[in-house]
Ligand binder design. Structure first.
Ligand code: GCB
Length: 651
């Protein structure tokens, strides 16, 4: 007999460990300026797992009170990286529960004599984390994928060694986002005593660890806490509306009386364009260079910099460089627009995923992925199924790649109040982190919830309206997959995104039904909701190097032909005026838990996990350039699939 329990490992110990307040504002990304210094804590940290059957051990033995190497064996662990795949140890790969990291670092005495504020910031720790500084609990955070910030001015010792310890628990429960369950296998004839496994309702590996960079940085005592920027266009001019919030350390709060803000707008070469005074207001940029998506204008991703300065009554300045892309997003019942022109999303569903590092930020991979997106002629991707690293979002801003920015709420069910409140908090954290990004053109509150459940109606109406109250300048969606007659979420959304796998999960092998089924389905979604619709996932698995003609499932030919059939449907739907985009699943093969429906991972990538093109990538590249009205020179298309495309009238 197996029992499914809601009591997850480590939740008890989370309570034990959490003396520190949960901090939901991750702060502005650490950037250097004339007033701010940034130091990286990335590199090799010390690492140890809590034993599977004694999850509380690290708390009981206070592993955070001194360097872990003094309380037992440690291994080196790369930061940023997931911990799962970096060693040969199966127990580490498959661990459930607490994992412990620590390292030492120095803070210069100058930071103290200069009366600076010192802040610690972790880009993400998956899933629950408790952070200790010099043996004291400093802060805690629930949920991966979003930043954690804590002031450490008083907790650090200047000019001496400091110890930072991070305890991370990857356990997912029915009340975490995303959800999961711990299954206790109690049948002693089949399992050893205490045997348990983690299950979850999504197919990507639940990688864990310190996935993104860790920094300490300084600000003056009176500092810029947040900047909100929205933009609009008026003929050839751009309008930047801004609001700067500032704060100060408690003892110095009287300084806030004399605080003032000034703004300089610089162009993308760093030259001065215009200036403004005041902590909020609007700035007119005459004859503005607009932010355009890739291939929609000669120059895409144009960004200005707002050099925001806050000074206190002593005249001391805090300066933060805030990038701004001037653009206007609009939507109605049929169309999405950018700068008053209709936009059509040619994109991919992606994952943060690579061998060895798992979900760890890896700069070469970031550059490679954007290079491949542009090679494809893609103009967008969805951050399926969680918020991506800020460094990736920076590239999207800069390269003109539009983003459907998704929360970690994948595969939700149940829809109770606790889950909803948590979901709303996550949306607030996400919007607060990414609100100023020109690349973000839509929020997605989640992927494939069980939206046929009655409770989904009220739940999504509340989550969507909470998201809109944080940001009304972008449409809000949720990626759906339930039958439209049963779905309860679509009515609350601005744009309908649907995942469909015709001739893969249904009618497998029957490529000839794709066009009819896709056109019928998406026209009905539009008719039902009178909203723009797009396909957010379609595709087929292919094992690179598997070939059969006529096409057969799992071959590169099958994946490519399935796509060509889909393109016919998309072209037809686009001509009807309400179909606003297509995103292939997936950009690259990615890791999944072991299972008989996945062959060493999900193989629906058009690139291999190592970012080499399958036949499908070339086919998509041809299609995306054609949709963008850009012709590719015939000899750039390898011969192996020109015959495939010539069978299709569209090519
Ligand atoms: C889906 C999910 C995605 C899966 C994909 C698949 O609908 O949204 O996370 O990876 O299907 O390949 O089955």
């Amino acid at each position: 007999m197996e029992t499914w329990t809601v009591v997850a490992l480590g939740i008890v110990t989370l309570a034990v460990g959490t003396h520190a307040k949960d901090n939901s504002w991750g702060g502005l990304y650490p950037r250097e300026s004339a007033s701010r210094e940034v130091r990286s804590l990335d590199g090799l940290w010390n690492f140890r797992l809590s034993p599977l059957h004694d999850p509380d051990k690290g708390f009981r033995e206070e592993w955070y009170a001194q360097p872990m190497c003094k309380t037992g064996p440690v291994i080196s662990m790369a930061v940023p990286s997931s911990y799962n795949d970096v060693t040969q140890d199966k127990a580490l790969r498959d661990h459930i529960g607490w994992a412990w990291y620590d390292r030492t670092f120095y803070v210069p005495t100058r930071w103290q004599s200069d009366n600076l504020r010192v802040v610690l910031r972790l880009g993400s720790a998956h899933y629950n984390s408790i952070i200790y500084l010099n043996g004291e609990a400093l802060t805690s955070h629930e949920g991966g994928h979003l930043p954690i910030m804590a002031e450490i001015t008083k907790g650090v010792v200047y000019g001496k060694e400091n110890l930072i310890t991070v305890a991370i628990n990857n356990t997912l429960t029915p009340e975490t986002i995303p959800q999961g369950s711990i299954i206790h296998h109690n049948d002693s004839t089949r399992y050893p005593p205490g045997y348990f496994t983690q299950s979850y309702n999504f197919d990507f590996t639940n990688y864990a660890g310190l996935h993104r960079p860790v920094y300490i940085y300084t600000t003056p005592q009176t500092y810029i806490d947040d900047i909100l920027v929205t933009t609009d266009i008026d003929g050839k001019d751009g309008i930047i509306t801004y609001n700067v919030t500032y704060s100060t350390s408690q003892e110095e709060s009287q300084h806030l009386l004399g605080v003032g803000c000034s703004i300089k707008v610089l162009n993308n070469k760093g030259d001065h364009v215009t200036s403004a005074m005041g902590c909020y207001g609007s700035i007119l940029v005459t004859n503005a260079s607009l932010w355009w998506p890739y291939l929609m204008a000669e120059e895409s991703g144009y960004m200005y910099t707002l050099l925001v300065a806050v000074s206190d009554e002593t005249g001391r300045l805090d300066i933060y460089p805030q990038k701004v892309g001037i653009r206007a997003v609009g939507w109605n019942s049929t169309t999405l627009t950018i700068n008053n022109r209709p936009m059509y999303l040619r994109g991919c569903g992606k994952h943060e995923d690579a061998d060895i590092r798992g979900k760890g930020l890896d700069y070469p991979l970031v550059v490679k992925d954007f290079s491949l997106l542009k090679w494809l002629g893609a103009n967008s991707f969805r951050t399926s199924h969680y918020p991506y690293a800020e460094e990736i979002m920076d590239m999207a801003d800069q390269e003109g790649i539009m983003i459907v920015d998704e929360s970690p709420a994948v595969g939700l069910s149940g829809f109770g109040e606790t889950l909803m409140n948590k979901h709303i908090s996550v949306m607030k954290e996400l919007v607060r982190r990414d609100k100023n990004r020109p690349s973000v053109i839509m929020w997605s509150v989640g992927n494939e919830p069980q939206s046929n459940q009655a409770a989904a109606k009220d739940y999504f109406s509340k989550v969507v309206s909470a998201t809109k109250s944080e940001d009304s300048s972008r449409p809000v969606t949720c990626v759906l997959n339930r039958p439209k007659e049963k779905d309860q979420a679509g009515r609350s959304l601005d744009v309908i995104l649907v995942n469909r796998y015709y001739s893969w999960y249904g009618d497998t092998g029957h490529l000839e039904v794709i066009k009819l089924q896709t056109v019928t389905e998406f026209s009905e979604w539009h008719a039902l909701h009178n909203k723009p619709v797009m396909i957010s996932e379609y595709g087929a698995g292919s094992i690179p190097g598997f070939h059969m003609d006529p096409a057969f499932t799992w071959t590169e030919e099958y994946q490519a032909e399935l796509m060509v059939q889909n393109f016919e449907a998309f072209d037809e739907l686009r001509s009807r005026g309400y179909f606003v985009g297509e995103m292939i699943w997936n950009f690259a093969d990615f890791a999944t838990p072991q299972g008989h429906t996945r062959a060493a991972g999900n193989k629906k990538g058009i690139f291999t996990r190592n970012r080499q093109p399958k036949m499908a990538a070339h086919v998509l590249r041809y299609h995306y350039h054609k949709v963008a009205n850009i012709s590719l020179i015939a000899d750039q298309i390898p011969l192996c699939f020109t015959s495939l495309m010539s069978e299709n009238n569209d090519f």
